[in-house]
Ligand binder design. Structure first.
Ligand code: TMO
Length: 322
């Protein structure tokens, strides 16, 4: 008995260790040797981006990873990723953020992690009833905006007698639209107001229809408004370098744009499994429109919308993790 005790204790330790390892291994299910440090996912101020943050966080968690969310400025985030404070970006919209993305890419520290299947457009447009009611004949051709009889139907109490266009928050793409309005010679007839939030854009659509006045707002696709009777204005086509920030005269609309993903350069080393899954992730126009609609039409919270989207779309996202 005396000399068997150490053996017995040894056996117990080995068995306990095995049980712990197997149980623990089951629960965390980390396939890939990923670090347990959290993957930092940014949230911005439009619905699909926030829902997709929780969708992707949920996918990473399903693989045994830890995630954390940080509310971040949608331009400054690329520098934050470059220096490693934020791990990923999952919605790099070309028109709004292409320049900040490229600047960080060129400096080093940020990697281009590929495109979603969805293509994007971010521009000014109008609900179709604006044209159906005859408020601006000739739209969607932008030259219809040169007609004073059009502009007068878009006047609001705060627009100084000019037609009003409601732009998104200025943090998205600065003075792009006011510059364009001036460059195209529309400044005498039109003024641009910045909305405080995406919700203010959607509220404007409801208010204008109720008041029977015309409305032109900033909007984008993919969004919940896809297929819901919204038309983007046809401005002169975008060409590389046409914007003032790129040395151009600004007389151009927005590009048929990419929707990219980006990561901090260490992510594939610290979290090889999650990084491989994120590289495969590609959402379509209808996936992204649905993520936005769960919040903006169905009025769910972003977190609940993400849970529902994940539950309804396992066949879409599970393959990304394999
Ligand atoms: C970046 N956004 C989708 C609001 O145009």
């Amino acid at each position: 008995m005396k000399n068997k005790l150490p053996l017995l204790i040894g056996a117990i330790i080995v068995i306990a260790g095995l049980v712990f390892f197997m149980g623990g291994g089951d629960k965390t299910a980390k396939k890939s040797g990923d670090s347990s440090a959290p993957i930092v996912i940014p949230t911005h101020n439009w619905s699909s981006q926030i829902v997709m943050a929780y969708v992707i966080g949920g996918i990473f968690e399903s693989m045994g990873n830890n995630v954390s969310y940080v509310n971040a400025d949608s331009q400054a985030v690329y520098e934050s990723i470059r220096i490693g404070d934020v791990t990923i970006s999952h919605e790099v919209w070309e028109s709004a953020f292409g320049k900040s993305f490229t600047t960080a890419l060129d400096k080093g520290g940020l990697l281009d992690w590929g495109d979603h299947e969805a293509r994007t457009l971010e521009d000014m447009g109008y609900p179709n009833w604006v044209v159906d009611k005859g408020l601006c004949p000739g739209l969607p051709d932008w030259t219809a905006l040169k007609n004073p009889d059009c502009a007068k139907n878009f006047v609001t109490p705060d627009s100084g007698g000019k037609g009003r266009m409601l732009e998104g928050p200025q943090t998205w793409h600065g003075d792009l639209i006011p510059q364009r309005v001036d460059a195209l010679g529309l400044g005498d007839l039109w003024m641009v107001k910045f909305a405080g939030s995406a919700d203010a854009l959607w509220a404007e659509l409801v208010a204008a229809e109720k008041e029977g006045r015309g409305t032109i707002i900033f909007n984008w696709t993919p969004n919940f408004t896809d297929g819901a009777g919204f038309t983007f204005i046809d401005f002169p086509p975008y060409t590389a370098g046409c914007r003032p920030e790129d040395g151009g005269d600004g007389k151009c609309g927005s590009p048929d744009g990419y929707l990219k993903k980006a990561v901090h350069e260490d992510f594939p080393k610290t979290h090889p499994g999650a990084a491989a899954a994120f590289k495969k992730m590609s959402f379509t126009t209808s996936h992204i429109g649905a993520m936005a609609a769960l919040v903006d039409v169905d009025k769910m919270t972003h977190e609940d919308a993400a849970k529902k989207w994940l539950a309804d779309n396992e066949s879409v996202w599970k393959p990304f993790t394999k």
